[in-house]
Design a protein around this ligand. Structure first.
Ligand code: DLZ
Length: 157
């Protein structure tokens, strides 16, 4: 996770294998799109840097983070080595934040328990947009980069 104490955006490249045969699906939520697009760009560039072929990186947009679960489950039934779900949920005035955040985390965890292919959690859950910007290419790195590295490491399992 990106934090002041553990910023994986500055990672050891040798710990993340890559390869031309790897296929990865990136599912991207359109809510808070400037943030999710930065996360996506960070993830995509990192995969390319690790020799994943552009044609093997598939992007699919969904309306909001809640929809990441269903879309990821569909990609799990296809031949993808890993799926990265990208979203940004920002605290509002109602309890919607808790419902969406918990549902997405539980849903993605459930997909991972199926063991078909790893689903990497790249969903920011922040108090405000400043925190999201800091973690999507700002002073605390880019969680999309971390998600890509995590995907490559899990594929090598
Ligand atoms: C409805 C909603 C709200 C209030 N906030 C967010 C958010 O901050 N981030 C996000 O990704 N999605 C949000 N959504 C949309 C839900 O994820 C979902 O798309 C709708 O409830 C429709 O199922």
């Amino acid at each position: 996770m990106v934090s002041a104490n553990n910023n994986l955006s500055e990672y050891d490249h040798s710990k993340a294998p890559g390869g031309k045969s790897i296929r990865i699906a990136l599912v991207v939520s359109e809510w808070n799109q400037t943030i999710t697009d930065n996360l996506y760009q960070g993830a995509r560039k990192t995969l390319l840097d690790h020799n994943v072929l552009a044609k093997n990186i598939v992007k699919f947009d969904v309306p909001g983070s809640f929809e990441l679960i269903y879309a990821a489950s569909r990609f799990q039934t296809q031949k993808f080595d890993a799926i990265i779900v990208i979203g940004c949920i920002i605290q509002g005035e109602t309890r919607h934040f808790e419902f969406i955040s918990n549902a997405v985390a539980q849903g993605i965890k459930d997909l991972n328990l199926k063991g078909k292919s790893p689903v990497i959690f790249c969903v920011l859950t922040d108090d405000n947009i400043d925190q999201s910007q800091a973690r999507s290419g700002g002073e605390l790195g880019n969680k999309g980069v971390e998600a890509a590295v995590t995907a490559l490491r899990m594929i090598s399992l």
